[in-house]
Ligand binder design. Structure first.
Ligand code: ATP
Ligand code: MG
Length: 571
């Protein structure tokens, strides 16, 4: 029988030597011990031509041979390629690479033993081919979330630090594509050639890089553009119960960007696959996919992927913004994002707080939404406008996650089931909805018509409460109610029919000026369509003047008043 030769990176203690001999079922005297620093860690046992390599060097060598093979074409492939050469040149003194062993795996969360020098958010390479992101650093153990190989990583797998954080492909080639949160195509339309790579997490633009929110971002939805206007660079929350038209509103906003030189990113987080498929179909039908990237982490995707999706999608959007582009991003929705984070946190054994969410759930949303900005000219003048969606239960906007996100954003659009079911769609509760910065981005004409509209609607809401009790009402009140009903009807808008800015202004002006006074509520829509058609064909200069100047000149007001008078006479 050949002698056993045990080679280790460092001199072994007598105890360790005895233990090894016992494991090998042989006498201590029949084992030769050697030291080879090049092994970095672990041991190599040889017996004749049989070799058992349990050294770090051996693992790294096999890793550098194997890695990359299973992930060719994957967005993280470029990291693997760099790692390969790093592994080969690794001499054990270089602190960059550290090795450990996966101790446990559960629902995409792993604990790794023996990693000496991991950093939060750093990527770990597991079993030569999978990636995990470090979340928890505790003494002797590191908690991480799996980004790839969700069902394939096993306890006992080898894990090494990579010194890198998650990066995603960015650039124009992403437009029109559906990708997963790491940027891999999901639409089967071939590889995406990236212009570059960008980190998933980036610091928000500093105060000195920002400009005032001063340009309007038209959604094509009358209620919003007039009463709750959104400016480029603003964060406006869309909040409401299930099935109140939240997604529909954001889709309309995306569709309305056609021809306006705005890129869009739609991130689905924890949505049903049918919902996402429908969104993509609608965007394609309306020619909006050409300028949109869809990032999808559906309900059946793991919690880590759902958690990382908004950050990587924002990185893709930011890349456009830094090139001076205007970008609109829709997060659909952040309630499910918070739930995914809660799942991860509980699996990582972090202490649970209110509603079982971890204490830092506010921070995950604030650091995400702070990345939206209007950049100043020095920084290229681009902007990132965010429309985060939050789903409420029983219209309760005072529960934990809604209050958090309300306090982070620059305003909220509150959608109500009751309004939705009574046919007022979009079901915007104009009393509870606000836009804290968008008003300064409105054009003069819109500001002019919306001022009256807000007052009229507020007065109508107040009066409508009294008349619910069947009280006798005087002529003035009747007038207020009539106007309110007509305005509400004017604001009703079907899905996928965005209005141009001049059309919105014309409808609001005409209705506010009383053109619909004697038209039955059910006929308001048809009548307005008829008048608008007439104005657009007969008074082209008026429409183009509003479009170009963004203002209502006295002359144009006079023309419109004449039209109102003639409609009243007609009826
Ligand atoms: P969920 O909570 O399931 O995500 P949601 O709040 O996103 O729902 P949507 O899916 O956008 O709601 O809309 C619900 C339904 O209402 C859809 O069938 C949609 O077509 C319809 N809908 C939305 N807005 C309008 C509208 N303005 N006019 C007519 N129908 C609409
Ligand atoms: Mg939805």
């Amino acid at each position: 029988m050949n002698r056993f030769v045990v080679t280790s990176a460092k001199e072994l203690s007598v105890e360790q030597k005895k233990k090894i001999a016992a494991e090998l079922k042989t006498e201590l005297s029949s084992v030769t011990f050697a030291v080879d620093e090049a092994l970095i860690g672990g041991i190599v046992i040889s017996n004749g031509d049989k070799i058992l390599d349990a050294s770090v060097r051996g693992k790294l060598d096999s890793a550098s041979k194997k890695i990359g093979k299973n992930l060719e074409g994957h967005p993280l492939d470029h990291i693997l390629k760099e790692l390969k050469s790093e592994f080969r040149s690794f001499d054990g003194k270089n602190e960059k690479i550290n090795a450990g062993i996966v101790r446990s795996v559960s629902d995409g969360v792993i604990f790794v033993d023996g990693l000496k020098d991991a950093k939060v958010s750093e990527l770990l390479l597991i079993a030569d081919k999978f990636f995990a992101m470090v979340m928890n650093l505790q003494e002797g153990v590191v908690g991480a979330i799996l980004l790839t190989g969700m069902t394939k990583v096993r306890a006992g797998d080898f894990a090494v630090t990579t010194g890198r954080i998650v990066t995603v492909p960015v650039g124009k080639n992403l437009l029109g594509r559906v990708v997963d949160p790491l940027g891999s195509p999901l639409d089967g339309a071939g590889e995406i050639v990236a212009d570059g790579y960008r980190r998933a997490e980036n610091p928000a633009p500093s105060i000195f890089d920002r400009a005032k929110v001063s340009k309007p971002l038209y959604t094509g939805v009358k209620t919003i553009d007039s009463i709750i206007p959104i400016g480029k660079g603003q964060r406006e929350l869309i909040i409401g119960d299930r099935q109140t038209g939240k997604t529909a509103l954001c889709l309309d906003a995306i569709i309305n960007q056609k021809g306006k030189n705005v890129y869009c990113v739609y991130v689905a987080i924890g949505q049903k696959s049918t919902t996402v498929a429908d969104v993509i179909k609608r965007l394609k039908e309306h020619g909006a996919m050409e300028y949109t990237v869809v990032v999808s982490a559906i309900a059946s995707d793991s919690a880590p992927l759902q958690y990382i999706a908004p950050y990587t999608a924002t990185a893709m959007a930011e890349a456009f913004m830094t090139e001076g582009k205007d970008v609109l991003i829709v997060y659909d929705d952040l309630s499910k994002h918070a739930v995914a984070y809660r799942t991860i946190s509980l699996l990582l054994k972090r202490p649970a707080g209110r509603e079982a969410y971890p204490g830092d759930v506010f921070y995950i949303h604030s650091r995400l939404l702070e990345r939206s900005a209007a950049l100043n000219e020095k920084c290229g003048g681009g902007s990132l406008t965010a429309l985060p969606i939050i789903e409420t239960l029983g219209s309760d906007i005072s529960s934990y996650i809604p209050t958090n996100v309300i306090s982070i954003t620059d305003g909220q659009i509150f959608l109500e089931s009751e309004l939705f079911h009574s046919g007022v769609r979009p079901a915007v509760n104009v009393g509870l909805s606000v836009s804290r910065v968008g008003g300064s981005a409105q054009c003069a004409a819109m500001r002019k018509v919306s001022k009256g509209l807000k007052l009229d609607l507020a007065r109508y809401r107040e009066m409508a409460i009294f008349t619910q009790f069947g009280a006798d009402v005087d002529e003035d009140t009747k007038e207020v109610l009539n106007k309110g009903i007509k305005l509400t009807n004017m604001l009703i808008q079907p899905q996928f029919r965005p209005y141009s800015m001049p059309d919105e202004i014309l409808e609001i002006y005409l209705t506010s000026a009383g053109a619909m006074r004697d038209v039955p509520p059910g006929k308001v829509r048809a009548k307005l369509d008829e008048i608008l058609y007439k104005i657009k064909s007969e008074k082209k200069e008026l429409v183009s003047s509003i479009e170009e100047t963004g203002a209502l000149s006295d002359e144009n007001v006079k023309i419109l008043d004449e039209i109102v008078a003639s409609i009243k006479e007609e009826i």
